[in-house]
Design a protein around this ligand. Structure first.
Ligand code: ZN
Length: 310
C-alpha cells in the first residue's frame, strides 16, 4: 500500500520558495500518530564556545529567549510558528538497516535568507531517534534515508548522532534573539550584533532546520572536520541524498559560515550530482535552471524589529 507523504505550502509561495517534494514509501510504517511538535524542539547540549552555530544553544538562557522589550512578532517567518500543526510519524526509527528505502522523488529545496519558508509551512515529520534522551525529527521524505545512513555508518563502526534536526520556527526565533541579545549585552551595536548572529544562526523561517531537511551531527565545532564521522559522511552521505551544505570558504555564496557538521537532504537523485559539481546548492540550482527569488524582505523585517529596539 502506498501512502504519499506531503508537506503543506502556501499556494502562492510554492514557486518562489523553490520547494519541491516528495517521496512515497514503498512500504509505509504501520504506526502513524500525531504527537506534539514541541517534542521535536528538543534541547541539546550547547556547544561549549562560540561560534554557537545554528543550534539550540541559545535556548539554554530563557531569560532573553522570548520577548525583548518593545518587540513584536511581525515577520511572516515568525508567524509561521503558529502554524505548526505538524503531522508526526514515529516509525522511521524502527526502520532496520538494509530495509528497502522509499522511491525518492524529492528534489532540492532551497531555504536561505533570500528564500524563506512560506509562513504556514508545516513539514510532515518523522521521528529519527533520540539525542540525549530527546526525540529528534526530520521531514518524512528525508527521515528514512537518514536512518539508513546512520545505520550504514554504524555498520562501519562510525557512530553518527543526531545533534540537531528539525527545529520549530519559534525555537529558531528564540535562538536568534538569545544570541543577538548576548552580543548586545557584551557591548556590540545592535546592527553589528544582528550581522554577527546571522552568520551563525539563520533568522526564523530561513533555516533548513525549520524545513526539517538538515541534520547537525555529533559535534557542532569546526574540529568535527577531523573526525572519522565527518570523513565517513563526506565519502558516503551523497548516497543517502545528503550533502555538506556549508563548505569551507563559501559564506559569500551561502550566507552561512563553514559548518562541517551540517548536512542537508537534497534527495538521492541530486546529492551525487551536486557533490560531483563541487558547487554549493545555490550555485547548482542557478546553473540547473531553477529560478529562485532574491527576496530579503523577511529577514529585513526581522532585523528591523531587533535593531530598532532602544
Ligand atoms: Zn545545522
Amino acid at each position: 500500500m502506498k501512502k504519499p507523504t506531503s508537506i503543506i505550502l502556501a499556494g502562492g509561495m510554492l514557486m518562489t520558495a523553490c520547494v519541491l517534494t516528495s517521496c512515497e514509501r514503498l512500504d509505509p510504517p504501520a504506526n502513524t500518530n500525531r504527537t506534539s511538535e514541541s517534542r521535536a524542539a528538543a534541547q541539546s547540549t550547547p556547544p561549549p564556545s562560540e561560534p554557537d552555530t545554528t543550534d539550540d544553544s541559545a535556548v539554554r538562557d530563557s531569560s532573553v529567549a522570548t520577548e525583548p522589550t518593545g518587540t513584536n512578532h511581525t515577520t511572516g517567518a515568525t508567524a509561521a510558528s503558529g502554524a505548526a500543526a505538524t503531522h508526526v510519524s514515529s516509525a522511521a526509527s524502527t526502520l532496520p538497516p538494509g530495509s528497502e528505502l522509499p522511491v525518492c522523488k524529492f528534489e532540492p529545496m532551497l531555504v536561505n535568507a533570500r528564500n524563506p519558508l512560506p509562513a504556514n509551512y508545516a513539514p510532515n515529520l518523522m521521528r529519527l531517534g533520540a539525542y540525549n534522551g530527546e526525540d529528534r525529527f526530520l521531514h518524512a521524505d528525508a527521515a528514512p534515508f537518514a536512518v539508513a545512513m546512520v545505520a550504514a555508518a554504524k555498520a562501519n563502526n562510525v557512530n553518527l548522532t543526531y545533534r540537531s534536526t528539525h527545529r520549530t520556527v519559534a525555537r529558531q526565533d528564540a535562538n536568534f534573539r538569545n544570541s543577538f541579545q548576548s552580543r548586545v549585552n557584551n557591548g556590540m551595536s545592535r546592527e553589528d550584533a544582528f550581522a554577527a548572529t546571522a552568520a551563525w544562526i539563520a533568522p526564523p523561517g530561513t533555516s533548513e532546520h525549520n524545513a526539517g531537511i538538515a541534520i547537525d551531527f555529533n559535534l557542532v565545532e569546526e574540529r568535527f572536520e577531523n573526525t572519522a564521522e565527518f570523513k565517513w559522511l563526506m565519502a558516503n552521505a551523497h548516497n543517502y541524498g545528503f550533502i555538506l551544505r556549508y563548505p569551507n570558504d563559501t559564506r559569500e555564496l551561502t550566507g552561512i559560515n563553514y559548518e562541517p557538521w551540517h548536512f542537508t537532504f537534497v534527495g538521492v537523485n541530486y546529492a551525487p550530482k551536486i557533490r560531483e559539481s563541487g558547487l554549493v546548492l545555490e550555485q547548482w540550482l542557478a546553473q540547473n535552471g531553477t529560478a529562485c527569488r532574491q527576496d530579503e524582505s523577511v529577514v529585513d523585517a526581522f532585523k528591523q524589529v531587533l535593531v530598532s529596539v532602544r
